[in-house]
Write a protein that binds this ligand. Sequence first.
Ligand code: FAD
Length: 351
Amino acid sequence: MTRTAPVVVIGGGQSGLAAGYHLRRLGVDFVILDAQTTPGGAWQHVWDSLRLFSPAAYSSLPGRLMPPQNGATYPDAQHVVEYLADYEKRYELPVERPVRVLGVHRDGRLLRVETDSGTWQAAAVISAAGTWWRPFLPATAGRGDFGGRQLHTVDHRRPRDVAGRRVIVVGGGNSGAQIAADLAHDTELTWVTRRPPRFLPDDINGRALFDVATARRRALDEGRTDTGGVASLGDIVAVPPVREARDRGLLRSTPMFTRLTPTGAEWADGTRAEADAIIWCTGFRPTLSHLAPLRLRDCHGRIAVEGTRAVGEPRLHLLGYGDWTGPASATLIGVGRPAREAARDIAASLG
Ligand code: FAD
């Protein structure tokens, strides 16, 4: 059976919901197709101790402030899941789940969206499928030889899964620091980073980061010198569990090893560390495979956009994948603005 909608939004995480909010305000009909069985996008799958790097009010989608979480300045992921579930209910966003989009095809004047439960035709598509679903592991000598467990950020849930084990955590970003802090008490931890970890000053949280990102966007818009934005400040937000582990001296990092061995890791000077498990906190790539039939990806695996609109397919918009689809587009507070631009652009093109 083929159904039609003026706009199909792919993904029912925060980005898809923000798009839905603005489409609804503009009076454009749409459907959101989401592969998950329940609301919350990737937030449903992160580790138990994760803390947002911003207070609740600075983690809000358009139209509705995230309420504070009792007793916590930095909310946990369950709080975000509840907020997103409430958001889609409050605005009566038409989310169909579980529906996995298999491919988006050109079909005359329309786009055809093939899913695992039928076909949709639409005048425009917004792809907001996130990055969690494409974990990235760097090429590393000997990786195939290592006999222990190899996990990624997406596999880590709680310390007791690896308690008492020798664990190497790889990665000096926020995930690496938070997971290393999570494991510091219960495992024999080696935290490996490519360069010395750069902690943001303790008084800087996501609110200040957002202000810095906004100042950068303003400078660029006005043709002034690039301020360097958030990257000029450091990488790791000192959320309470990270701060505590760091202050207790439990978060000492080691430079990157040169190769893995069957039983652990080896450094250039011959130093070795035995390990039962390695957790790769080495990032993600955008989930774009459902757009493959449109043949839009460049040699870096990205799709060129102007604003949120794909250069090679003007009926397609991308949202939430990272700064290349709008400044701070991959954050709760930052996705509102590009979502509004995408919705306005689509409303204008639909007339
Ligand atoms: P997702 O949450 O991944 O939602 C995408 C949805 O699309 C999912 O439900 C998925 O199942 C669905 N989907 C995917 N492919 C298909 C398909 N083919 N068909 C149908 N549906 C599909 N941001 C902040 O603002 N504050 C933070 O503190 C913060 N911390 C973070 C910590 C971590 C560890 C990570 C990884 C990210 C963090 N972010 C944070 C960034 C960002 O807010 C999250 O990554 C967020 O989940 C992105 O939302 P999204 O809607 O773009 O993608």
